[in-house]
Write a protein that binds this ligand. Structure first.
Ligand code: ZN
Length: 438
């Protein structure tokens, strides 16, 4: 089956439901940049794709960074003088600052306050905080809960461990006809947060599941890695593979109600940038294409000047631009199956362009070939598309001088790539085009 067949047979409602269900299943796990929460998550993903699990030991130097100690947590709470667990890790893993060191101590409210984090502007939400590279501890709670704390002694308890261990990541390479690769990368290091983190994780896994059965031109490499240090570690340990990456996308924040946003690679006009912009433009819904900036997700590493890979980032509302970002409100209500399905289909359509984008040479370049005698009038699609199909054929025949790609032609003709692709297939089948593989 080709990607075109998959796109025409897919049921968006079913895909949206699948992705949402997977998010729901892995939502409760206490993930961080290392530890068992990540391993549990990857174990679940194995039900969808044959994921390879990699473990890199703490202390390993990866470029300018060092793989941190492994962090795990069993329990944590703050108890009031009546022994009630008033801040309780068991009710939300966001209550504990990620990478908090263990502690078991009685202290005053004043002392405790130095380790509490709240969001006064959103007094019902719990913030998400981390402290990966500075050893400390802390609790996060809603501002309303904070205002209700009485001036008394509190028992502070964090049953965590921070010791030599591993950084865990998952990798799946879907082999295509060629060893040229398309990289799909998502971060899997946030605890119970849906849009930022799990939407990318679940959507990538389901993409892998659906694409597994396809016959593909490119090989597709899926990475499920902790943000920043994960991509740095992967690039460090896979330098020999890097030249194979011809296109790539970081996937994140794909399930909210907002419009789709594509962030270009550092190159700015790479094929992936043009393919993604084309799909969004022809999606008949609002969208935004933004230039690369050296802030955001792992595209920062892939697009660092020493690699400068053609890797962009597909999102809906970008990180930091929705109020629920990095709070307990980035939950199962924020992500919607319809948005997830829409993002999923856009990914497939972008890959469809990468798969089908070729340069052809018109074998009959002196004056127009006679299409009628070859049965090429109204031969594709329905009658209402006949005019568009014919225009597509004329554009392809005119611009196929061996130097324009089909995507170039789609842009120039201002037509959907799929119309151009279908017309090119028809012309090639009648012997009017030959591929220029140079
Ligand atoms: Zn984040």
């Amino acid at each position: 089956m080709k990607i075109d067949d998959l796109l025409s047979s897919i049921e968006p409602e079913a895909v949206g439901r699948d992705i949402y269900q997977l998010i729901k299943e892995i939502y409760p796990f206490g993930r961080s940049i290392t530890g068992d929460g990540v391993r549990r998550t990857l174990d679940i993903l194995k039900q969808y794709i044959p994921l390879e699990i990699h473990e890199i030991p703490s202390g390993t130097e990866v470029f300018d960074w060092t793989i941190p100690k492994e962090w795990n947590i069993k329990d944590a709470c703050v108890k009031n003088s009546r022994g009630e667990r008033i801040i309780d890790f068991q009710t939300s893993n966001l209550h504990v600052v990620s990478y908090s060191i263990p502690i078991n101590r009685i202290m005053s409210l004043e002392k405790l306050k130095q380790h509490l984090h709240t969001l006064p502007d959103h007094p019902d939400w719990i913030p998400y905080r981390t402290s990966y590279y500075k050893e400390t501890w802390g609790f996060c709670l809603s501002h309303n809960q904070f205002l209700n704390l009485e001036d008394e002694q509190y028992e502070v308890f964090i049953d965590s461990s921070l010791k030599e261990g591993h950084l865990t990541y998952g990798e799946y390479c879907l082999q295509g006809e060629t060893s040229d690769e398309v990289l799909i990368s998502c971060h899997s290091c946030h605890p119970s947060l849906c849009n930022d983190n799990l939407s990318g994780v679940a959507l990538s896994a389901i993409l892998g599941k659906y694409m597994k059965a396809l016959s593909l031109r490119y090989s597709y490499r899926f990475l499920f890695i902790p943000g920043t240090v994960g991509s740095i570690a992967w690039l460090y340990t896979n330098e020999n593979r890097v030249p194979r990456i011809k296109h790539g996308m970081v996937l994140a924040c794909l399930g909210d109600r907002g419009k789709s946003t594509y962030k270009r690679s550092r190159r700015g006009n790479a094929e992936i940038d043009r393919a993604a912009a084309h799909v969004l433009k022809h999606s008949r819904s609002d969208y935004e294409v933004v230039d690369f900036i050296p802030y955001g997700y792992d595209e920062r590493q892939y697009c660092s000047p020493g690699f400068n890979l053609p890797v962009g980032c597909l999102m809906r509302t970008p990180h930091g631009r929705y109020p629920e970002y990095h709070t307990s409100a980035d939950n199962l209500d924020l992500v919607r199956p319809e948005s997830l399905a829409d993002s999923f289909l856009k990914c497939l359509k972008i890959f469809q362009i990468l798969e089908g984008n070729r340069k052809y040479r018109n074998r009959n370049p002196r004056c127009e070939p006679q299409l009628g005698k070859r049965g090429l009038y109204g031969a594709l699609g329905g009658q209402q598309d006949a005019v568009a199909d014919q225009m597509a054929m004329l554009w392809i025949l005119n611009l196929s001088d061996g130097s324009h790609t089909l995507l170039d032609i789609a842009y120039r003709a201002n037509m959907d790539f799929r119309t151009i692709l279908a017309a090119a297939d028809a012309l090639r089948d009648k012997g009017l085009l030959e591929e220029n593989k140079e």
